[in-house]
Design a protein around this ligand. Structure first.
Ligand code: CA2
Length: 144
């Protein structure tokens, strides 16, 4: 079982700026927590990029490498038709995750362009959203 975690723009700043919204945990801390939580249940590939095209390429390549994608697309969630098309074209199921509750924030964050092409959405549990994403990925693989 291989799970590909993809993280979009500015998530490399986690723990360094706006802790009142995103907490004081860094993305590297989250990656370690996910790896520890996964144990030997799954192989974890954990990536971050600020580049929309790179995310698209990683999604396109995922069918060779991953059973499930867990994606925090960050701001591209709300803007990227390219990401939505890449997820829709992929034969690898994707689970959308967010640290904050996007529905409780500014109106422009309420709409996710990728939600309709993902299996489901996990939003608002802080860094635990990543662990819930892992659990969902595992269950999805078992029940398919
Ligand atoms: O809550 C989430 O996980 C988001 O995907 C985070 C995105 C935001 O655009 C989405 O609406 C919700 C922002 C990620 C940027 O993270 C930062 C962390 C620290 C300082 C600045 C940005």
């Amino acid at each position: 079982m291989n799970i590909l975690f993809l993280n979009g723009p500015n998530l490399n700043l986690l723990g360094q700026r706006q802790p009142e919204i995103y907490g004081d945990t860094t993305l590297a801390d989250i990656e370690s927590t996910v790896r520890e939580y996964a144990g030997d249940k799954a192989q974890i590939d954990f990536r971050q990029t600020n580049d929309e095209g790179e995310l698209v390429t990683w999604i396109q390549e995922a069918s060779e490498q991953a059973d499930v994608i867990v994606i925090n697309a960050a701001a591209y969630t709300h803007t990227s038709v390219a990401l939505r098309d890449a997820i829709a074209a992929s034969d690898v199921p994707a689970i959308e995750i967010h640290i904050s509750n996007i529905h409780a924030r500014e109106e422009f964050r309420h709409n996710s362009l990728i939600a309709p092409v993902c299996q489901g959405q996990i939003s608002g549990f802080g860094q635990i959203s990543y662990l819930l994403g892992f659990d969902a990925a595992l269950s999805l693989k078992k029940c398919r």
